[in-house]
Design a protein around this ligand. Structure first.
Ligand SMILES: CC(C)(COP(=O)(O)OP(=O)(O)OC[C@H]1O[C@@H](n2cnc3c(N)ncnc32)[C@H](O)[C@@H]1OP(=O)(O)O)[C@@H](O)C(=O)NCCC(=O)NCCS
Length: 154
């Protein structure tokens, strides 16, 4: 069983490990520590009963919208519904904070993440051509949180 709680400095080492194993340009442990409890940043972790970090997300609140920095699940725990639990929590916190929308960029080839976002009603808002290493397009997704009932349908 997992629980989703606010990210704290005590989680930073494990989050940094997942970042390193997941992203081409991972955030360091120090960068992760920096966002914990920072004004305007929502950062949450999925932890199991012994405190191990199974996944996490973070977004910055800017002018009423949430800009998603990262969403990731530990490699050996993917495909078990933790990503969905994190997205449900993200949409819930965004609506609690009265945000209008959530937005992010994702590699066009990242079918798993795109499937996850689309499950929650995110829509393609645009494409940034050759955004990643000047080769791969970034797909911009957008979810209208204010007045959106996708969360309730999950
Ligand atoms: C994307 C990610 C967070 C999903 O987490 P997860 O725990 O594996 O996802 P879940 O088990 O909750 O699956 C949620 C949905 O993802 C999609 N999905 C999962 N595996 C998929 C696959 N192999 N292909 C396509 N879609 C897939 C489906 O829509 C699935 O919903 P469904 O089970 O109702 O069909 C995880 O795979 C991950 O950490 N990926 C690397 C980091 C990343 O790409 N982050 C996003 C960019 S910032």
């Amino acid at each position: 069983m997992i629980e989703i709680v606010d990210m704290a400095k005590a989680h930073a080492k494990q989050v940094a490990e997942i970042e390193k194993n997941t992203f081409a340009e991972p955030w360091s442990e120090a960068q992760i520590e920096e966002i914990c409890g920072k004004f305007g940043v929502v950062a949450r972790v999925a932890v199991d009963c012994d405190g191990s970090v199974a996944g996490y997300y973070s977004y910055n609140s800017v002018c009423g919208d949430g800009y998603i920095n990262n969403v990731a699940v530990r490699e050996d725990l993917r495909g078990k519904g933790i990503g969905k639990a994190l997205m449900r929590d993200m949409i819930y916190t965004a609506s609690l904070y009265g945000l209008q929308g959530l937005t992010l960029e994702v590699r066009s080839s990242n079918a798993r993440a795109r499937g996850l976002y689309e499950t929650f009603g995110f829509e393609v808002g645009g494409i940034r051509k050759k955004f990643y290493q000047n080769t791969e397009d970034a797909i911009i997704y957008w979810l209208n949180v204010g007045g959106n009932d996708n969360f309730k349908r999950q």
